[in-house]
Design a protein around this ligand. Structure first.
Ligand code: VGL
Ligand code: ZN
Length: 274
């Protein structure tokens, strides 16, 4: 191991220790003061220099597209965008640059897949199904670590792709989260860790070796898809300027970035994909 890597590793394990401590504090703060206090703590946490942030990531300087590359555009639906039921901060800023990248893939004849969060009414991930408030911590098999506002209900306006996201280049649309009791953050395998969505079969049948994941949300569906994609044998790249995070509970994004780094997932600026 090089000296630089060793130092890096040391710094990272220190980060995850501090991060765990910070999350512990946040959770007890939340227990005492409720979710609003927890959300405010989240804002102060993101300025903590010891939490891993997007600017700490090492970026690949340039990536040339190969024919075995596929672009996966995750959950660019009305409900995750401003004025939606579960808006992700800055989600609207990534619409146009995702369209540009999709055009690049399309022009080179590369496969593009879009995903859609697709819940039945009364889904178990909804706070309303438990008489609780959105973003309250909640853990049960296939659900959590927090509960969500009702979102992306099958056939609703909120579940439709945002009108400005270019969907015409998509070879396939993968829907997920349609089982009432199980959520699916990953677009490969549901949160029960055994039910496949079919995406890996599709990609394998098409000879895809490397996936580029963009869209919403960086610390949920993009993150879990990246981890599963890697486990399933794909190389995984995240054009980091084309994804935005929810970061609830506090520290969730930092934790996700850490794990993706540890798993060898690559990060690149979308301008540097050619
Ligand atoms: C997502 C929370 C709940 C996502 C979906 O697409 O990241 N996050 N459902
Ligand atoms: Zn959902």
């Amino acid at each position: 191991m090089t000296e630089k890597k060793r130092l890096n590793k040391k710094a990272l394990s220190r980060r995850s220790f501090i991060k765990r401590a910070a999350v512990g504090v946040a959770v007890s703060v939340a227990a005492t003061y409720g979710v609003t206090a927890m959300m405010q703590k989240s804002n102060t946490d993101s300025t903590n220099v010891d939490m891993l942030t997007i600017s700490d990531l090492e970026l690949v300087s340039k990536i040339e597209l190969r024919k075995e590359d596929s672009l996966i555009i995750v959950d660019m639906q009305n409900d995750f965008l401003p004025s939606g039921a579960l808006p992700v901060n800055g989600g609207d800023e990534i619409i146009s640059p995702i369209n540009s990248l999709a055009e690049k893939f399309h022009n080179k004849g590369n496969t593009i897949v879009m995903t859609q969060d697709w819940h039945p009414p009364g889904h178990h991930s909804f706070a309303s199904s438990h008489n609780k408030e959105p973003f309250e911590p909640f853990e049960s098999e296939g659900i959590g670590p927090v509960l969500w506002p009702d979102h992306c209900v099958q056939g609703s306006k909120g579940a439709e792709f945002h009108p400005d996201i270019e969907a015409k280049f998509a070879h396939a649309i993968i829907r997920k989260g349609y089982h009432p009791d199980v959520d699916s953050y990953s677009t490969f395998i549901e949160n029960d860790k055994k039910t496949y969505t079919g995406l890996s079969g599709l990609l394998n049948a098409l000879g895809i070796k490397r996936i580029f994941l963009c869209g919403l949300a960086l610390d949920y569906c993009v993150y879990y898809s990246a981890i599963d994609g890697k486990k399933l044998g794909f190389d995984v790249v995240i054009p980091i300027d084309l994804s935005k995070a929810i970061d609830s509970p506090p520290g969730h994004l930092s934790n996700a970035l850490q794990k993706m780094m540890d798993e060898g997932i690559q990060f690149v600026k979308s301008d540097n994909i050619a």
